[in-house]
Design a protein around this ligand. Sequence first.
Ligand SMILES: [Zn+2]
Ligand SMILES: [Zn+2]
Length: 440
Amino acid sequence: MRVRFWGTRGSIATPGPGTNHFGGNTSCVEVTTASGDLLIFDCGTGARGLGADLMARGKKAIDANILLGHTHWDHIQGFPFFSPAFINGNSVAIYGPEGSRGPLRDVLAGQMEYTYFPIDLNQLPAKITYHDLTEGIHTIGGARVVTQFLNHPAMTVGYRVEVDGVTMVYLVDHEPFSDELWRAGAEPGLVESILHDGDRRHARFMADADLVIHDAQYTPEEYPSKKTWGHSTYDYVVQIAAAAGVQRVALTHHDPSHNDHFVADIERKARILALQRGAGLDVFCAYEGCELVLEPRSTSIFFALDRSQASIAQRHFHILVVDDHPDTLTMVVRALEADQYTVSKATSGPEALRMIDEHIPDLVVLDYKMTGMDGLAVMKTLRAKPKTRSLPVLMLTSMSDEPSTRAAFEAGVTDYVTKPFSIPQLTARVRACLARTQFR
Ligand SMILES: [Zn+2]
Ligand SMILES: [Zn+2]
């Protein structure tokens, strides 16, 4: 497998003398498999150069598979400049997560409306197909491609590509699920010792990969003021990749305010941390033009899914929100109603249990600290009854400390979201919970 970086910048293209080495174009990675399949991860401004290069290679027909992690600008802006799409006889298959605001095709057509761009999406001569993805196992070209939702303020999927004895995992953009990575008292450095279910799932998703390409936009010093923006720090990535037995990590999605000197310093610090972890992890900061060849290993493993997934785009869901703070309750209810869910509300634990007894919702959004009966007591009652034993519960709370997080997962919550949170982040997490539900 050959991997080449065409765009390594996050958020917005940042050309100029200060970014000459690591590059100013936004996310785009070209992957060519041994059997010749072309997989393109994200279509930021780097896709323009890739398109031109593909054309210059002089192949008769170009068959491109574009795998979008999500549809924020910095991951799609290069698409209208991807020249193979302008040639009759070429084909472009575009994959991306089911969006909460309409199908993938409509989202891409939006940025090519005449207000923004002179050529309509429908006018492109290449054969273009659209594939909305949820979590699951897919076949793209000859590759086995597994998708899993990431933590970002938009529906975002990570991709795990297994082909020709090589595993490459693309995880851009993503923010840690929890401030605390390790469970207190557990041996640090093991996947089983990770505190939050989401971070543990994230580690398992990259397990044993030959290469992980991961968002590492911030330093640990910058992160507190950038919480809920949906990006990782290099120390989170190194720790989690080392625990997961990853061979090599490319840090990418460099912050627009970080010049070459700054990114080189991140690389140096990340390497020191990787050495301290002692897992033999090779870590580097991706730069434009960087090319890697991944050789097959006999030990490569296939990722197994532990649950069934289904498209939720066409389904209707009922969500119960339980909170004794009127402001939070109103805000969450409004956000979910705006996403077309049927929402009911309860202001105490006993009221919620009564309502669930009468009618089981598809998901409960549950506050932790409530006067009288708290969220953990509600969980205990729900998990004791067969009919609500597997009811998905997303706990929403200001309690971000390790003991509270651990207690919530031990009580059986499905997900744990802490304040401060952003509305798009919450609605993405709600959607991921629903997609993972075993439908009754
Ligand atoms: Zn981005
Ligand atoms: Zn984004």
